[in-house]
Design a protein around this ligand. Structure first.
Ligand code: ATP
Ligand code: MG
Length: 299
């Protein structure tokens, strides 16, 4: 809608994980390097956590695009499945058929598949995204998969990916056997202020922007403040701010525009919201303003 106004050839802040917009800042480079290392060194069981919207799924797509044809991967993103549904999906993802009638049959067929792949010098990687939603029953099934091994090597590598609640889930006493098997953990942090600046500029440039800058330095600082460096929130706020600028016919945006959009979206640093993750909340506007002043002063 506003693209033409800013001289853009496509939308810079879409919510899709479009690989052509992939930005590899330090946090994501480090995360990707860790995942690639985990796969290449046959780490067995690994876990990636990160706050909502920090780019975990984006990172997994980047990982999959880096793996060569000797790695057979299954990407499961609906962990609310029951065990039979899970195995059906796993087989579909790996291209193994036909579907089986029982769990025991699935396990036998899977074992044979894994042995064949090992003989062919190929790897098998299972990625479970949104793993914080796995039931204890499913986590136990997945742990049992990690028992599929020869005396010298793991037959399947498993990557559990999810929000920080995944960590709490794994820390339950009844899952200590699973916990012991996790050989590598990585937590994806949000962007720092420098990365926010690069991320926004890179997205604008990739969308065809050639001007002298839409977001002023203070706008970026405010953006970092209200989103705490979370890419999905950054996209949301920037998209809203560009629309606001278009509506007001402003080609350069300051901190006010960011603040206004973030407020409308209900975004703000956690501490400011009395724990509900939103700016505004119950306090009166004047109370909120004085709190904001306090935070600004502290910064
Ligand atoms: N490194 C990146 N480069 C470009 N865009 C990114 C990057 N990381 C995140 N994004 C943007 O942020 C959006 C959210 O990222 P993503 O879906 O990967 O987060 P997530 O951590 O998987 O979130 P959730 O916890 O909800 O599953 C993506 O659709 C993409 O637009
Ligand atoms: Mg995700």
């Amino acid at each position: 809608m506003y693209n033409e106004y800013y001289g853009l050839i496509r939308s810079p802040f879409e919510m899709t994980p479009d690989p052509s917009f992939l930005y590899m800042g330090e946090a994501h480079r480090e995360g990707l390097a860790t995942l690639v290392y985990a796969v290449n060194s046959g780490k067995g069981f690994v876990m990636l956590t990160g706050e909502v919207g920090t780019g975990k799924t984006t990172l997994l797509h980047a990982l999959l695009s880096q793996l060569d044809s000797s790695t057979n991967s299954a990407f499961i993103f609906n962990p609310r499945l029951d065990p039979m549904g899970f195995f059906r999906m796993l087989f579909e993802e790996l291209g193994v058929g036909p579907a089986c009638d029982s769990k025991a049959e699935y396990l036998l067929a899977l074992n044979q598949y894994l042995i064949d792949k090992l003989a062919a010098n190929e790897r098998v990687l299972l990625i479970v995204d949104e793993a914080q939603n796995l039931s204890t029953e499913m986590l136990e099934e997945i742990r049992l998969l990690s028992n599929l091994e020869t005396p010298t090597s793991k037959l399947i590598q498993i990557m559990l990916v999810g929000q920080p609640e995944l960590q709490d889930l794994i820390d339950q006493p009844e899952l200590r056997q699973l916990r012991q098997r996790i050989s590598l953990r990585h937590h994806l942090r949000p962007f720092d202020e420098g990365e926010v600046t690069e991320y926004v500029n890179e997205r604008l440039n990739k969308a065809g922007y050639t001007g002298r800058g839409i977001f002023k330095k203070k706008a970026i600082r405010e953006l970092y403040y209200v989103t705490e460096g979370t890419p999905r929130m950054i996209n949301n706020v920037c998209d809203g701010a560009l629309l606001l600028g278009y509506a007001r016919q402003e080609t350069s945006l300051g901190a006010d525009a960011i603040r206004e959009v973030a407020h409308d979206l209900g975004f703000g640093p956690k501490d400011e919201s009395e724990g509900n993750g939103k700016v505004g909340g119950k306090g009166s506007p004047s109370k909120r303003r004085s709190k904001r002043r306090l935070f600004r002063f502290r910064r």
